[in-house]
Design a protein around this ligand. Structure first.
Ligand SMILES: [Zn+2]
Length: 321
């Protein structure tokens, strides 16, 4: 009998992953209200000109105090983080580098300076997340390689931590979920990122077939994080760019659903979320053909992620980092 859970491998015993919230089909459709601004009432009257001036002055004063405190805390946070990462780098940098070098072609292609930044981000990501293994023995290199997929996707973004997700679940192979009895290679819900380890490995071992479950699931997670995670103070324009991607991408997506010939895997026509995640796989694994066949979509993804896999350093605008 399968464990009483949403995610399990049929016929296998062992500690099941925790029950997650039901899968949300489309985070964009669910959370994008189109108007996130709340209107505040602007009541006038009752104050003299001097009073209004005083209130304004006080307002400016408080804004300045708050801004100053924010900058100061940001500075302290950055210093602490940098010290922490330096220590991690000294302890594990070389080992992580060797694992990534032998496994991740994107990392391998980076110039030394960019490799260093990739490595720092990976060390930070691994140190902050909890990795839970299901139906398999834990191994030290697994979190590093999985973190590498997240760092790769967000390499052009300042905020690369996917804050909404403190836990990443790794399952030995494909699994079923009680919710729909379908077979999954990975999925992302509000409660966690789930990845089949065997399919993650397969995704990177052939880096030219536009199939990469690691990048696919991280693409979903990034989308969820933008709407459900901590308010994105680092990449202020990310949500805006995500909307632009939706605006430009939807006509292409609709045309594909109507049968227009395209480069992406047919799974992209399932819904707009899958269109995004499948596009990401092709964007990284086959950028030349992608840019040639779907130049508008390629440009939109490149702007959204602030990176272009065809560039040596990948990042398009370093000022956004
Ligand atoms: Zn998907």
């Amino acid at each position: 009998m399968p464990p009483p859970d949403t995610t399990y491998i049929p016929g296998q015993t062992g500690p099941p992953p925790p029950t997650g919230d039901p899968y949300i089909d489309s985070v964009v459709q669910t959370y994008w209200t189109g108007d996130e601004m709340t209107k505040s009432e602007n009541k006038e009257g009752g104050l003299s000109a001097a009073g209004v001036f005083f209130m304004l002055l006080m307002g400016v004063f408080f804004v300045m105090i708050n801004k100053g405190a924010e900058i100061f805390h940001g500075f302290i946070r950055k210093r602490r983080l940098s010290t922490k990462i330096k220590k991690l780098y000294t302890a594990d940098g070389t080992t992580y580098h060797n694992w990534l070098l032998s496994f991740n072609p994107y990392y391998k292609s980076l110039p030394e300076e960019a490799k260093h930044r990739f490595l720092e981000r990976t060390l930070h990501f691994v140190s902050e997340k909890q990795f839970r293994f299901h139906y398999m023995e834990p191994a030290e290199h697994i979190p590093v390689l999985i973190a590498g997929a997240a760092v790769q996707l967000t390499f052009g973004l300042r905020n690369y931590m996917l804050d909404h997700y403190p836990v990443i679940h790794i399952i030995r192979k494909e699994y079923e979920r009680k919710a729909d009895q379908e077979t999954y290679y990975g999925h992302v819900s509000r409660s966690g990122i789930y990845i089949s380890w065997s399919h993650f490995l397969a995704g990177y071992s052939d880096y030219s077939d536009s199939e990469n479950v690691g990048l696919h699931e991280m693409a979903h997670a990034l989308q969820f994080d933008a709407y459900l995670g901590l308010e994105d103070v680092h990449d202020r324009n990310f949500k805006e760019r995500l909307r632009s991607f939706c605006d430009e991408g939807r006509p292409i997506f609709r045309a594909m659903r109507k049968g227009a010939s395209h480069l992406l895997d047919d799974y992209a026509t399932t819904n707009f979320d899958e269109f995004w995640a499948v596009s990401v796989e092709t964007f990284f694994e086959n950028p030349v053909v992608f840019k040639e066949r779907l130049p508008v979509l390629y440009q939109e993804i490149s702007e959204l992620l602030n990176q272009d896999p065809l560039l040596e350093y990948k990042v398009v605008d370093p000022d956004l980092l």
